[in-house]
Design a protein around this ligand. Structure first.
Ligand SMILES: [Zn+2]
Length: 430
């Protein structure tokens, strides 16, 4: 059904480093330094850049945080393989390849419409192992007034096990300041609430509240910036009396199978329509862009969200055979080992994660046991994107770049993402 493009929002951003910045190059960094900034060749010269995958990771994490603040069932944990936050991708993977040896359920359990409809609001935007991403983010390239200063700093390696300095006492990392990047976000076939949620996360990024890259726990990585332009278009002619922002579900035959809202439309005072080729652009003065109404729509939609009964069943304790047999997820076992080791040494036990300081609102779910969520301070997905690498210099397990929540590659399985112009990671790979 949605192999076609219905609507598109293209947001151009300018981002400057507010703190020193380090987006680490991979293991193949040829510089004589432990942690070098990622580089690419552009206009015949080598320069640093801001990988789109890093931006996408930070925005996804913030969207998850916002969603769980409103409704703790509204975002899965992309790395969880059991429990109430078990990732959508893992649930669909097991449906496709049952681990317990039972027969795969017959019928249309894995129809693209079902996968989209039953995915959590975050996977619907950013994708999962079973669902394509709706959003693509370009790499950020340097623009004026960049006068990049690349400096070396000593870092102290922290041994995660003892909490003390790592055996190699210090290591060098290369950080950038005085640098401005231009990047572009493209959201296709979006519901208005999805644009609203992305807008909320983006606002936090632009106001300097999010950190990106390595060394976030020691003050690196805040950006700030602004939206340079935001162009919304729909395919086909629009002729509403008052020009409107149109979500993907609006008036779409068959949209119900995808769980799309039928009245996904927002009239915008002061806007005009401009037909260009097969598209109709909504022209809005930037100060009149209806972000506030979109934020409200996101908040209402997330607050009212209830997972499908089949997803709740798949997240009940003991429903994932693989983890049930191994005695719990590996990080629980690691935490237990660390705790025991600390007691043996007589020191204080490692810090436990704080309970999240978020407002919790009741949502309607049939079984209260499903919602005994563990404290969840930071998304493992975000940690996997490089933070721990910076803290443990001798353990070069990640690259800090291109390490993304398991969202993209399996992308085009579902037709809703199968857009003719879709190129989810255009230009991301140097
Ligand atoms: Zn999900």
């Amino acid at each position: 059904m949605l192999k076609q493009l219905i609507n598109e929002c293209r947001i151009r951003l300018q981002l400057e480093a507010r703190d020193p910045l380090l987006i680490k190059a991979g293991l193949s960094n040829s510089r004589d330094i432990d942690s070098a900034f990622v580089r690419t060749t552009r206009d015949g010269e080598e320069q640093i850049y801001l990988p789109g995958t890093s931006l996408k990771g930070v925005l996804r994490s913030q969207c998850e945080r916002i969603a769980r603040t409103l409704n703790d069932a509204a975002a899965c944990d992309p790395l969880a393989r059991s429990g109430p936050l078990r990732s959508c991708g893992d649930v669909f993977e097991e449906r496709e390849h049952p681990r317990s040896g039972t027969q795969r359920p017959s019928g249309a359990a894995q129809a693209p419409a079902t996968v989209y409809r039953e995915s959590c609001p975050i996977c619907k935007i950013f994708g999962s192992g079973a669902l394509g991403s709706r959003v693509s983010i370009s790499d950020g390239y340097m623009v004026a007034p960049s006068q990049p200063v690349l400096s070396r700093r000593d870092g102290i390696g922290i041994d995660r096990f003892t909490g003390g300095a790592a055996p190699r006492v210090s290591y060098e990392m290369e950080v950038a300041t005085e640098v401005t990047f231009a990047a572009e976000i493209v959201l296709r076939n979006f519901e208005l609430a999805q644009l609203g949620l992305l807008g909320l996360a983006l606002r936090d990024l632009l106001e300097g509240e999010l950190r990106i890259g390595s060394g976030r726990s020691r003050g690196l990585g805040r950006l700030r910036g602004q939206i340079v332009s935001c162009d919304v278009s729909t395919i086909g002619r629009q002729d509403d009396a008052v020009p409107a922002l149109v979500g993907v579900g609006n008036g779409l035959r068959g949209g119900g199978a995808y769980g799309l809202p039928a009245d996904d439309l927002l009239s915008v005072d002061g806007a005009t329509y401009e037909p260009v080729g097969i598209r109709t652009y909504l022209r809005v003065p930037s100060e009149a862009f209806p972000w506030d109404a979109l934020y409200r729509r996101a908040e209402e939609t997330l607050t009212a969200y209830a997972p499908a009964p089949s997803m709740l069943r798949a997240r009940q304790p003991g429903t994932n055979a693989a983890t049930a047999q191994s005695g719990g997820p590996p990080n629980q076992m690691r935490a237990a080992r660390e705790h025991a080791a600390a007691l043996v040494r007589g020191g204080r036990p490692p810090q436990q994660p704080q309970a999240p300081d978020v407002r919790r609102r009741a949502v309607t779910v049939p079984d209260p046991d499903v919602r005994t969520a563990a404290p969840h301070e930071d998304t493992p997905g975000e940690q996997a994107r490089g933070e721990h690498v910076a803290d443990v210099p001798t353990e070069q397990t990640g690259t800090g770049v291109g390490v993304e929540a398991p969202t993209t590659e399996a992308a085009d399985i579902t037709s809703i993402a199968d857009l003719p112009t879709s190129s989810p990671d255009e230009g991301n790979t140097p």
